[in-house]
Design a protein around this ligand. Structure first.
Ligand code: FES
Length: 136
C-alpha cells in the first residue's frame, strides 16, 4: 500500500470545490465511465507544479459514483483512458497496472496487492440542470 494516497479527496492538489460542475450527466455513457483531469490554470499552460486531480465517474442503472482515479496500490491512475479501464458495471472496476479489482459500489479493493484498501470516493450529485456536481 502507498500511505501517501490515504488523504481525503479534498486535500489532493487541484481538488474541485463543493458545488463545482464536473460535466453533464449526458456526457457519461448510460452504463460506463468518464474520466476527468482537473488542472490548475497555470498547469494548463505547461507549468506543471502540481499533480492534476484525476476523477473517474461511473454510471449505471443504480446511479453515479465518482472516485479519485488513483489506485490504492501505487497511487497511479487505474487507467489513463476510459477505453482502457477494465470494468463490469455494478460489479467492479480494475486497475490496468497490476489488476487490483475494486467494488463498483464503494471502491473497496476486493483482490490484488491492495486488498482491503479502497479507492477514494468523491461525493457527487446531479443538479437541476442535469450537471454532475461535487456534493457536500
Ligand atoms: S498500481 Fe494498481 S494494482 Fe498495482
Amino acid at each position: 500500500m502507498n500511505d501517501s494516497i490515504r488523504v481525503p479527496w479534498f486535500e489532493l492538489p487541484n481538488a474541485p470545490a463543493t458545488g463545482t460542475r464536473l460535466c453533464a450527466l449526458d456526457d457519461v455513457p448510460e452504463v460506463g465511465v468518464k474520466m476527468l483531469v482537473i488542472e490548475a490554470e497555470s498547469d494548463k499552460e505547461g507549468d506543471a507544479r502540481q499533480a492534476p486531480f484525476r476523477l473517474v465517474i461511473l454510471r449505471s442503472a443504480s446511479g453515479i459514483k465518482a472516485y479519485v482515479n488513483r489506485c490504492a496500490h501505487f497511487g497511479v491512475p487505474l487507467s489513463e483512458k476510459p477505453e482502457h479501464l477494465i470494468f463490469t458495471p455494478e460489479v467492479s472496476i480494475s486497475c490496468n497496472v497490476h489488476y487490483a479489482r475494486y467494488r463498483w459500489s464503494d471502491g473497496h479493493c476486493l483482490e490484488g496487492e491492495c486488498k482491503g484498501e479502497a479507492l477514494i470516493a468523491v461525493p457527487v450529485a446531479i443538479d437541476a440542470a442535469g450537471q454532475i456536481i461535487v456534493a457536500a
